[in-house]
Write a protein that binds this ligand. Structure first.
Ligand SMILES: [Zn+2]
Length: 113
């Protein structure tokens, strides 16, 4: 299960940041997940509940921000959110392979005390 290892890694980073800030509890963890990251937000929430048991993040709330796919059209310079799996520019109909966003998988913010 991919999400479990993602969540375990994220928790490790979060705990490390918590310690560096001299805090002992994590209250909110916000993750930024791109649509192309291959991670399912629901599975991530499930994995989160499993990995936080017995850690300072046990009572933390997980917030998942989903980042939409963003394509750049090399022909007309347009940036667009593709309607489906074919990344066709809505302005000039060119099919673009230039993806500029949507692959994110990162810790966006942390609330600790
Ligand atoms: Zn275009």
């Amino acid at each position: 299960m991919h999400e479990l290892s993602v969540m375990a890694n994220t928790l490790e980073i979060a705990l490390d940041q918590m310690r560096r800030q001299g805090a002992s509890r994590i209250h909110v963890i916000t993750l930024r997940i791109g649509e192309l990251s291959g991670v399912v937000p629901e599975a991530l929430t499930f994995a989160f509940e499993a990995v936080v048991i017995g850690t300072p993040a046990e009572k933390a709330r997980l917030v998942v921000e989903v980042v939409p796919v963003l394509c750049h059209c090399p022909r007309c310079g347009n940036e667009f959110h593709p309607a489906d799996v074919i990344y066709q520019c809505p302005t000039c109909a060119h099919i673009s392979a230039d993806v500029r966003g949507g692959c994110e998988l990162e810790l966006a913010s942390l609330e600790v005390s």
